[in-house]
Design a protein around this ligand. Structure first.
Ligand SMILES: NC(=O)c1ccc[n+]([C@@H]2O[C@H](COP(=O)([O-])OP(=O)(O)OC[C@H]3O[C@@H](n4cnc5c(N)ncnc54)[C@H](OP(=O)(O)O)[C@@H]3O)[C@@H](O)[C@H]2O)c1
Length: 241
């Protein structure tokens, strides 16, 4: 059995995922980049001295194949970072104009993708012992913040598919934390903060926070000696659910 910690980052080829992959590699982990574009995955893996697997979180066969390959290479998985996510864009998720095709596409990646990947990799996580799952959520998924008239979200553009997918991801996090406690597997959600990635640019946002800053809390949770479980965290501490 490998003694080096093995980590998989979904959507690890760019943005916050690539920064998380880099941070985990700097902590001495062997990092596997999961990327739906194999060439982009190989390029990102080369930059951090890791490996890559083709991985589309919306595709059962792709996820199963990725798990089979990691099992063959390492026989276990110590850290799973469910990072792959989409915003769904600006159209079709405003109240009164909701396009269910947009909602389904967002949920397929941000929520069902996490179920699919987590369930498929559970045997490898159980084999590792004291494994960790980090779900990349969003502060926009906080019911507390979204319903607080004093919070900045009170005046932000109201889109329903993306925040609700992340709120559901938060509940998934709590349920898996409880369900996997007996296996010693910790499961936490993180809010990276608004970061200047392609994701933000696609929404017309110009931001100063870097992907590396957004990645820091995920890297910390994956590497601290004692991990909490069932938490929702950002740099500054706990995010209210
Ligand atoms: N940026 C922010 O301000 C912000 C704030 C809060 C939360 N987040 C969350 O942080 C995570 C990363 O966001 P980001 O800003 O780094 O976005 P990004 O730059 O757009 O990168 C998204 C990553 O997810 C991958 N991806 C999308 N759909 C996928 C699928 N079906 N299968 C596998 N990979 C898929 C993309 O792959 P391709 O290269 O193939 O498209 C890409 O690697 C997301 O979960 C997002 O919701 C971001």
């Amino acid at each position: 059995m490998q003694t080096t910690k093995i980590a998989l980052v979904t959507g690890g080829n760019r943005g916050i995922g690539a920064a998380i992959a880099h941070g985990l590699a700097e902590h001495g982990m062997t990092v596997v980049i999961g990327a739906r574009d194999p060439l982009a995955g190989e390029e990102a893996a080369r930059r951090i001295g890791g490996r890559s697997v083709p991985l589309d979180v919306t595709d059962d066969v792709s996820v199963r194949d990725a798990a089979a390959r990691i099992e063959e290479w390492y026989g276990k998985l110590d850290v799973l970072v469910n990072n792959a996510g989409v915003s769904g864009g600006l159209d079709g998720q405003q109240v009164g104009e909701v396009d269910l095709a947009v909602v389904r596409a967002v949920y397929e990646t941000n929520l069902f993708g996490v179920f699919r990947v987590t369930e498929t990799f559970l045997p490898l996580l159980r084999t590792a012992g004291a494994a960790r799952i980090v779900n990349v959520s969003s502060g926009t998924g906080s019911l507390a913040w979204q319903s607080d008239p004093a919070h900045k979200y009170a005046t932000s553009r109201i889109a329903v598919a993306y925040p609700s997918s992340k709120a559901a991801l938060n509940m998934l996090t709590v349920m898996y934390a409880k369900g996997l406690a007996a296996d010693g597997i910790s499961v936490n959600a993180i809010a990276p903060g608004a970061c200047a990635t392609d994701f933000a640019a696609g929404l017309g946002l110009s931001l100063e926070r870097t992907a590396e800053q957004g990645a820091a809390i995920a890297v910390r949770l994956a590497t601290v000696p004692e991990s909490p479980t069932g938490s929702f965290l950002e740099d500054a501490g706990t995010v209210p659910w």
